[in-house]
Design a protein around this ligand. Structure first.
Ligand SMILES: NC(=O)c1ccc[n+]([C@@H]2O[C@H](COP(=O)([O-])OP(=O)(O)OC[C@H]3O[C@@H](n4cnc5c(N)ncnc54)[C@H](OP(=O)(O)O)[C@@H]3O)[C@@H](O)[C@H]2O)c1
Length: 161
């Protein structure tokens, strides 16, 4: 499984239930990477999509609620249920797209993390682990530093060693 996230310089990923940044090139990167694949997300991240599935992807939402049901969404109520559903799906076709809670729980099943690393400080209240300091992981590649209206960012790929 592959983690995909956009993080600020403190590894913050969200504030007040929403994303920290709006970087069109990052959105494009996300769309290209996940197109035609399976995306797994927590219910709060799904809420932040204004209760619409991401088009052109198989959408799976984790929730403990038994009444949660939306067209175009497959719902699971536990990690066991998630793994049963994914039994026949190649691991490299599954993207963990957040949020904080779900990244934390699924990290141990992931071997790659695609992080859009933003140099700014986003005053976040949700975080992802610091991959630069995570034992057993290393930075495999990084794009050149990019700039969007003064906000610097780069695409970084981390892999499990
Ligand atoms: N920067 C990025 O790349 C990025 C990406 C995604 C999200 N985000 C941000 O992250 C924040 C949301 O993160 P979050 O940690 O608050 O929420 P989250 O991980 O999106 O969702 C948490 C919810 O998922 C469900 N859940 C989690 N583990 C489960 C399990 N094992 N079994 C069943 N259900 C489970 C529960 O839903 P119920 O409460 O319904 O039971 C839980 O409340 C937002 O600010 C969002 O914008 C940032």
């Amino acid at each position: 499984m592959i983690i995909i996230a956009c993080a600020d310089r403190e590894w913050g990923i969200g504030r007040g239930g929403d994303l920290l940044f709006n970087i069109p090139e990052d959105m494009e990167f996300f769309k290209t990477a996940t197109r035609g694949k399976t995306v797994v997300m927590g219910r709060k991240t799904f809420d932040s999509l204004r209760i619409k599935p991401l088009p052109g992807r198989r959408n799976i939402v984790l929730t403990r609620s038994e009444s949660f049901s939306f067209e175009g969404i497959e719902t699971v109520h536990s990690l066991d249920e998630l793994f049963s559903l994914l039994e026949n799906t190649p691991q490299n076709d599954v993207f963990v797209i957040g949020g904080s809670n779900v990244y934390r729980q699924l990290l141990k099943y992931c071997d790659t993390a695609l992080i859009t690393k933003v140099s700014a400080y986003g005053k976040a209240d949700s975080f992802i682990v610091n991959f630069d300091k995570l034992s057993g992981w290393k930075k495999e590649s990084a794009s050149e530093l990019k700039n969007r209206n003064g906000t610097e960012y780069q695409f970084v790929k981390y892999v499990r060693q």
